[in-house]
Design a protein around this ligand. Structure first.
Ligand code: FAD
Length: 692
């Protein structure tokens, strides 16, 4: 799709807000720049990246009809649309550039329906269901229709209050819109699979459905497709795992949640341990060992390289409690202790879900006891016994309460840019052990962590590392995948390893890149962790030498077969033949689009600007157009989010293609705190610019 169309300043019939690009990349506080900000913005502020996350306009639909109107407007003007809900995509793929627009589903109070239905499909009032549940009655709810503009922590709470739960990720502010399409990997993966495995339907506006609605005038009847596995098997398959945002705009999903009552005696264990390399290696071995166990057992191990960040991991409530109680460790206020390296900790989350609903087994008791034994003497003492949310392996806690306890309340891991890796392994337990992967991964972490700890200095860098077993013959992640109803890839994987390196200055960026490159080489090329290169959509994998994150150039790390990739392109071509939803290179492209389509996707001017920057990097040693960030560091030691300083390196400001129509008067800022969907108070943005 071309970024070369030009927009008209009015969108006939569109009821929601529209914010036009103000062509002021250096002014961080401009209304447009505040609203275009998303999780990836902290890491991608270079010239080519301004091109990547600077839509011509941000459209906030007020309802489903508006989505249809927006899609038709996009098609009529010959541009493409990216779709954003939570804004957590790690490389900025939910944004776009050039003449293209962003359809943003995060308007406060919109796409936030939560409607419950019984076994007969009859609507059940939520309040009635809560009441029935609180009187120990069984909830009458069978399915729930949820708007995509729900943060995970809020869906979790709404379901939990009626004794229901679904598997999902741990980051509380990630939103359903993207999460349901990228999987929903989390602490319940072995027991219950992915979030997407519990989706029975969704509503989507595709390019073709919007076009039909324009012809018939029936926006809701023709414009919004109600997709189930039975009604549209290919689209159901493609959207759930195929490539988020490239098939259309999802407005609602229908979930079939699980019930606490079916899993009596479920229980969990949460430990906060003081970091040591040896302990991490032993815990990584435990992660590997889980493969042999029944599906009831889930174990994840997370290294957080500064305990000062930990309180906010657990959310605002814990944050203030911990800071007040342990002022020495965590600082009385958020700013304290920022320069000094605080101890690293390892979070251990262990869970026995009781999938079959039996009495608690001896195997479960022994497993928990073994983890306690390993942890003995390593407790991070300030936190021992601090949590009072009932997570204890000696007592039952309903699954919905356990899923709530695993959620991280913070908007992001660390408030600085990052270089990210998410790997999946195709090796089984014996191979991982034979390769000494547990010791290897601990050694890799210790290269950074050990040095910082020894010197007592933060060095402006932090690691966030997650190791989790999702596999084994009995794992629901594996078994659900084998059914083939959805297209999430790599469903026969064993272990997932997320290695994120956060850095506060350009000096450390080079170190971060080098560390991750060595991880790639050893883990994948030298087959320490996996025989094949397997990544997730949020992993942002650039092949060495790539200037753009181009899905067509690295599809083989995201899809488990060429047949699947080809099938997804066929579905894409059927629902979006003109590539309306191909807003950047990290997209599926209809009609077997030519491989080298940067210019078409981005618009010629942006492409040439990026190309020039790339050549300047290669020939003159100028800033790397993909990885460069601002050299400016603010008083807190954070990188200044300022495209201007980089643009000046090239000698001239970035010429934006297809200048947007005259900006309308600035939108009124909403002050809705952290309520779901509050974009003015976006947790991503506020976290990124708040002191540690
Ligand atoms: C700090 C952090 C922690 C994370 N933790 C986990 C985790 O524990 N488990 C896990 O599985 N993942 C995790 N992720 C990845 C995250 O779940 C995915 O990136 C998810 O797709 C984000 O959804 P979003 O709506 O918040 O983000 P967005 O950036 O808005 O969207 C992500 C993708 O989905 C598309 N999309 C969004 N909304 C819609 C819509 N309504 N219709 C069509 N397409 C849409 C976008 O175009 C984009 O490609 C994490 C990411 C971060 C940054």
């Amino acid at each position: 799709m071309s970024g070369g169309g030009s927009l008209s300043s009015r969108i006939a019939g569109f009821q929601g807000d529209v914010v036009w690009r103000d062509n002021n990349p250096g002014n961080e506080a401009s209304h447009y720049n505040l609203l275009r900000y998303q999780y990836a913005s902290s890491s991608h502020s270079a010239i080519s990246d301004y091109g990547r996350m600077a839509p011509s306009a941000i459209l906030y639909p007020a309802n489903q009809t508006d989505v249809v109107t927006a899609v038709n407007y996009v098609r009529d003007h010959g541009v493409s649309a990216s779709v954003r809900t939570g804004g957590y995509q790690a490389s900025g793929a939910s944004s776009t550039s050039g003449g293209n627009v962003q359809i943003d589903m995060s308007e406060l109070g919109v796409f936030q329906e939560f409607e419950c239905f019984d076994v007969n499909g009859k609507e059940v009032r939520y309040a009635t269901a809560v009441n029935a549940h609180s009187k120990k009655g069984e909830t009458p709810i069978k399915t729930v229709r949820v708007g995509v503009n729900y943060a995970l922590k809020d869906v979790n709470k709404k379901l939990g209050d009626v004794g229901l739960f679904v598997p999902h990720g741990q980051a509380g502010h990630v939103h359903l819109g993207g999460h349901v399409q990228t999987g929903g990997y989390g602490q319940l993966a072995r027991a219950f699979g992915l979030l997407g495995d519990h989706v029975v339907g969704f509503e989507i506006v595709t390019a073709e459905s919007a076009k039909k609605a324009a012809a018939t005038g029936d926006s809701l009847g023709d414009g919004v497709l109600k997709v189930t596995k039975a009604s549209h098997p290919d689209l159901f398959y493609a959207v759930l795992g195929g490539s988020p945002g490239n098939f259309g705009v999802v407005t609602h999903v229908t979930l079939e949640p699980l019930h606490d009552k079916d899993h009596p005696e479920s229980r969990g264990l949460r430990l906060v341990l003081a970091y040591s390399k040896e302990l991490l290696a032993q815990l990584a071995q435990r992660v590997v060992d889980v493969e042999a166990l029944p599906a009831d057992f889930d174990l994840s191990v997370t290294l957080v390289s500064s305990v000062a960040k930990l309180p906010s991991y657990f959310g605002d409530e814990w944050d203030s409690k911990l800071r007040a109680k342990f002022a020495e460790q965590f600082g009385g206020s958020r700013g304290a202790g920022a320069q000094q390296q605080q101890p690293a900790v390892i979070l251990v989350y262990a869970q026995w879900s009781n999938v079959q609903g039996t009495p608690v087994t001896e195997q479960a008791k022994e497993w928990f006891a073994g983890i306690h034994e390993l942890a003995k003497g390593h407790e991070f003492s300030p936190l021992s016994g601090f949590f009072s949310d009932g997570v204890k392996d000696s007592v039952h806690l309903p699954m919905s309460k356990l899923t709530a306890a695993w959620i991280y309340g913070s908007a992001r891991e660390f408030d600085t840019p990052y270089v990210k890796r998410t790997y999946l392994s195709d090796f089984n337990k014996d191979q991982l052990q034979q390769n000494e992967w547990p010791a290897w991964v601990a050694e890799r972490v210790d290269q950074i962590q050990g040095q910082d700890q020894d010197q007592g200095q933060a060095h402006g860098r932090h690691l966030s590392v997650l190791l989790q077993n999702i596999g084994g013959a009995q794992s629901a992640y594996v078994r659900n995948g084998a059914k083939g109803a959805t297209s999430y890839s790599w469903r026969d994987s064993s272990v997932i390893a997320v290695l994120d390196y956060f850095y506060a200055s350009p000096v450390h960026k080079a170190a971060a890149l080098a560390w991750q490159a060595a991880n790639d080489t050893e883990a994948i090329d030298h087959k320490k962790f996996s025989g094949t290169d397997r990544r997730l959509f949020d992993a942002s994998y650039f092949r060495p030498g790539e200037t753009f994150l181009d899905l067509n150039a690295c599809w083989d790390v995201y899809y488990d077969s060429q047949e699947k990739y080809a099938k997804l392109i066929r579905v894409k071509t059927a629902v979006d033949p003109a590539n309306i939803f191909t807003p950047n290179l990290f997209s599926l492209v209809a009609n077997d689009y030519p491989l080298k389509h940067q210019a078409n996707v981005y618009g010629l001017t942006a492409y040439i600007a990026s190309l020039k920057a790339f050549l300047a990097h290669k020939i003159l040693g100028d800033a790397d157009p993909i990885f460069a960030i601002s050299d400016e560091i603010d008083e807190r030691g954070h990188t200044v989010w300022d495209d201007k300083s980089l643009l000046s390196k090239t000698g001239k400001p970035l010429a934006l293609p297809d200048e947007a129509p005259v900006s309308r008067s600035p939108r009124k800022q909403k002050t809705a705190g952290n309520k779901p969907g509050s974009r003015a108070a976006s947790p991503i943005r506020s976290a990124a610019f708040s002191p540690n």
